[in-house]
Design a protein around this ligand. Structure first.
Ligand code: ATP
Ligand code: MN
Length: 290
């Protein structure tokens, strides 16, 4: 078996091009995650995790996996959680780079954690607004939307952070002290999204079901529910060009052109040259959901 050892983990078929012909290989993906792990792990570790696995590469059939299996690797951990049907099941989490790389060996491209930690999965500690612009919406409108959410959160006493999704949009994330239930967090987010829509009904929409979104930004507040995930900062996306979800400083978002502005190559360069975490301070903020 030909293998490449990355961070102590054997990666088989490292030469396999997983983003289409001429694109990054499985070995490149492993090397990428090893290189960015120090930036990525603070947001990812010790949270129930869904991964997007693509055994045929990003152009083939990919699937979300949330349940643990021994075969994922010795450092891919399990946490037992209650499921909707009253049963319980083992979910995945990782707490180090070896766990990340073992998941890469199992053809993981994307990492999607919960907004709660494994030691208390019923008590979320961060909320998220996912801004999904319809086709043709100008980037500056997406930037304005993220800033409006930031201002409203700030008025509620919550400092927030922003990342590009690696796709079309931006995600605004706010940490808070554990305590409120998922239901309370969801209600808070729904009400904030509704206020935004009430003020600018031609720019924003907050209903997932509405088909008519032309020219508008869908403010997805529904990620704030038990079991929902969102992509973590520094995660690759299983999409053409190997884009990356990137944590940003608020000043940076106006300079981008899309949510997919960072690809693997640019992200690697950023990981090497960054002096401070763009989300510096997120772990030590002591703020409460109103
Ligand atoms: P974009 O900017 O292109 O919208 P995104 O990451 O925000 O990128 P969405 O389709 O808006 O993508 O999805 C938001 C989040 O919902 C994802 O980051 C992912 O964690 C979760 N999600 C999406 N589809 C699924 C799915 N089929 N199963 C589980 N979780 C999903
Ligand atoms: Mn989105």
């Amino acid at each position: 078996m030909t293998g490449l050892v990355v961070g102590g983990v054997t990666i088989t078929h490292p030469e396999r091009e997983v983003f289409g012909d001429g694109g990054p290989t499985k070995g490149d993906v492993a090397a990428y995650y090893e290189a960015v792990a120090a930036w990525m792990l603070p947001e990812l570790r010790d949270r129930p995790l869904s991964v997007v696995r693509c055994p045929q590469g990003s152009t083939g059939q990919c699937f979300f996996q949330k349940h643990h299996a021994e075969s994922l690797g010795p450092d891919v951990k399990a946490v037992t959680l209650d499921e909707k049907d009253g049963e319980s099941a083992q979910y995945i989490y990782v707490d180090d780079v070896r766990g990340v790389l073992e998941l890469v060996q199992m053809n993981t491209l994307e990492f999607h954690p919960w907004g709660a930690r494994v030691d208390d999965p019923d008590k979320p500690d961060r909320l998220i607004f996912d801004l999904d612009p319809a086709q043709g919406v100008a980037w500056k409108a997406v930037v304005a939307g993220a800033r409006e959410i930031r201002e409203r959160l700030s008025a509620a006493g919550l400092e927030s952070f922003v990342r590009s999704s690696g796709g079309k949009g931006l995600h605004v994330v706010a940490p808070f002290r554990r305590g409120p239930s998922w239901a309370a967090v969801k209600a808070f987010c729904e009400s904030l999204a509704d206020d935004l829509v009430a003020e600018s009904p031609t720019r924003y929409i907050a209903e997932a079901s509405k088909a008519k979104r032309e020219g508008m930004i869908f403010i997805d507040w529904l990620r704030n529910t038990r079991g929902a995930t969102s992509v973590t900062g520094w995660s690759l996306r299983a999409r053409p060009g190997a884009p990356v979800a990137m944590p940003l400083r608020w000043e940076e978002i106006a300079r981008l052109k899309t949510g997919g502005a960072f690809d693997m190559k640019k992200a690697l360069k950023r990981a090497k040259t960054l002096k401070a975490d763009p989300w510096e301070g997120i772990a030590s903020l002591k703020q409460a959901l109103p």
